[in-house]
Design a protein around this ligand. Sequence first.
Ligand SMILES: [Zn+2]
Length: 193
Amino acid sequence: MSAVEALESARAVGVHVEIQGDELLLEATSVPPTAVLEAISRHKTEIIALLRPSRDGWSAADWQGFFDERAGIAEFDGGLSRREAEVQAFACCVVEWLNRNPERSQPGCCLACGGREKGHDALLPFGIEPAGHVWLHGHCWAAWYAERKAKAASALRVMGIVTPVVCPTTKRLSSIDVSGQSWQKTYLPACGK
Ligand SMILES: [Zn+2]
């Protein structure tokens, strides 16, 4: 099992994983399966690296904060249901990721198909300054953009941003001290109880 799979298996059973300093903090409503905890423990250094800010400068916590803010605005100011608000917040995260992770290419060659400009098949610049442009045939843009959005969704998934998200009341379960193998079990009462 890879670090990403360990992370996803934890989230699949309702465990929220975040980094706090040099530690991994896990939150869950009930004690997760031992296999999940062992996988997290085994890959904790890699998981911490995954959740740290990437080249776009945002950590998993930054993405979660942005998602929560967008969902809150859509729900409370926009009057959407929580589910609709989270779908919209996810779309905002995808756009933000695309803006923060721009691509650029040299003119004269289509980044998608590798082909050159031919008569009726012009190459067009897509994108905005100062990130630069990507050169594509007009008919190659849709597939290229769909692939970019899939890449964004995949990167966001690693950061724990998926849609729609169910937000159960969580309580702090345990934390892993990266410097050692010991578990600091810090069972706290569930929020609001
Ligand atoms: Zn093309």
